[in-house]
Design a protein around this ligand. Structure first.
Ligand SMILES: Cc1ncc(COP(=O)(O)O)c(C=O)c1O
Length: 477
């Protein structure tokens, strides 16, 4: 009865006000329990979870629940009392980062971490303006909506102190895979922007970017980009903030942090963390240098956060780090991610609609295009694939990118080789049906009603589309 009412409410809310959106809004899923990479609904039906990067070491991992329960049973206070957990945890995190990132602020969400990063940058530099990447999302607080083009374009618009640099997307952006040095070329765009900002008499406090832009479409930053941008931004008196909320804690396999993919020589001034950090428990953090932290403290205003750094959160954080090591989850991400990418690349040879396959570790994207030459985003087919994967195969995948044309994978890190093979087989089947079924050969006739509410309604007049690729033909949404 409750489930029936829930579905009715979901249906009503879909038709009326929808500030809270569900996956599969016309046929929502009610999950009652989960383990590892699997979700189970009220009828015991099992779903393979390809998108919950929050449940990093696996849903309801027994080591995490045990550590949480044990500390809950003993004590939970705040950082006004001494406690070993917060020190031990900061120490463990420090061992994963370059030495200069040695001060840690524990907070409760990715948004809180980014908001604090913004304060730190502005206080340290005594400048106001921020450069962000196009289509970025950095959180739901007002300060972060202001620096998230993905949101502010649909709301109050761009503030004078916010400046948008092109997304360094070598598949769809202004410099592509055939460019001799896209990292330098995209970084030079940031330099141009800095000069423009200075021309207006304004000053840069920070460059904010995800180490692998996710909402932007699972983008892998070109080689050399971050170091060059950091050089330009620092020369302008600003700092480099790496948002690792989605990508940290070994997701990319080869490294603990995704910013490390940019080479040993590159180190951000501030790193923000969140989602996977507490395996579902609200736990996040800002790591920075002693100089930046010193400037923040120098104004005499204390930083207090009621829940941030409490003994339970830190016990959970420590347990997450233990599991990553004990179960070699970075090794697993490397092996399974490489296998998944390899299988998808083979699939690309057989399906014209797969325009690009990209990723690092278990952060993988498949970009669907209705025309490979023009790279026309196949938005409707992407929504169709998501729907069929859920309905026919109980596999949860979602889309991202400016046109919601990128199928994204960021599963719990225990995702297996067999899981990867199953998903690719199912996508193969669906894409084969897409070609043979007269119902879905035409982009305009695809029935995507279940997912349509998830597709952002970008105005056809939006300048933003032109920024991404002036040659792209926009499909009807
Ligand atoms: C890159 C990035 N930064 C920050 C946030 C905000 O995190 P939270 O939802 O925990 O506030 C998100 C959330 O999706 C995110 O993807």
């Amino acid at each position: 009865h409750i489930t029936k009412n829930l579905r009715k409410t979901a249906y009503i809310s879909k038709r009326k006000i929808q500030s809270c959106k569900l996956f599969y809004s016309e046929d929502p899923v009610k999950i009652l329990r989960a383990r590892g990479q699997y979700l189970f609904d009220e009828n015991g039906k099992r779903y393979l979870d390809c998108i919950s990067n929050v449940h990093h070491v696996g849903h309801c991992h027994p080591s995490i629940t045990k550590a949480a329960a044990a500390q809950m049973d003993l004590l939970n206070t705040n950082t006004r009392f001494l406690h070993d957990n917060v020190v031990l945890y900061a120490d463990r995190l420090a061992s994963t980062l370059p030495e200069k990132l040695c001060v840690f602020y524990f907070v409760n969400s990715g948004s809180e971490a980014n908001d604090l990063a913004l304060r730190l940058a502005q206080q340290y530099t005594q400048h106001r303006d921020v450069i962000v990447l196009d289509h970025a999302y950095h959180g739901h607080l007002m300060s972060l909506i202001d620096i998230s083009p993905y949101k502010f374009r649909k709301l109050a618009g761009q503030k004078k102190w916010v400046h948008v640099a092109p997304l360094p997307d070598t598949y769809r952006g202004m410099y592509r895979e055939d460019h001799p040095n896209p990292g330098q070329a995209y970084a030079d765009k940031v330099k141009d922007l800095i000069d423009e900002v200075h021309g207006k008499g304004r000053k840069i406090s920070a460059f904010f970017a995800e180490s692998l832009p996710s909402v932007g479409g699972q983008i892998i930053l070109p080689e050399g980009y971050s170091a060059k941008v950091a050089e330009y931004v620092r020369a302008a008196g600003g700092v480099f903030v790496a948002d690792e909320v989605q990508t940290g804690f070994g997701r990319v396999g080869s490294h603990f942090w995704a910013f490390q993919l940019q080479g040993e020589g590159f180190c951000p001034d501030i790193v923000t963390m969140g989602k996977p950090m507490g395996n579902g428990h609200p736990l996040s953090c800002v790591a920075t240098t002693a100089e930046i932290a010193g400037a923040f403290t120098a104004n005499g205003v204390e930083y207090f956060n009621t829940f941030g750094g409490n003994p339970v959160s830190c016990a959970i954080g420590l347990a997450v780090l233990d599991v990553i090591e004990e179960e070699d989850l970075r090794g697993n991400a490397t092996r399974v991610g490489a296998h998944l990418k390899d299988l998808l690349t083979k699939l690309q040879a057989r399906h014209e609609i797969i325009g690009d396959v990209r990723g690092a570790g278990l952060f993988v994207g498949i970009e669907l295009v209705s025309d490979r030459e023009k790279r026309t985003p196949a938005t409707k087919t992407a929504a169709w694939v998501v729907k069929r994967l859920k309905m026919d195969h109980q596999i949860c995948v979602s889309t991202d990118g400016p046109w919601e044309s990128v199928l994204k994978f960021k599963p719990p890190m225990c995702f297996s080789l067999e899981d990867a093979e199953l998903v690719v087989q199912c996508i193969d089947r669906i894409l084969t049906d897409t070609v043979t079924s007269p119902m879905i050969t035409s982009q305009s006739s695809v029935n995507i009603s279940a997912e349509s509410s998830c597709i952002p309604l970008i105005s056809a007049k939006s300048d933003y589309r032109m920024l991404i690729d002036p040659h792209t033909v926009i499909p009807k949404i």
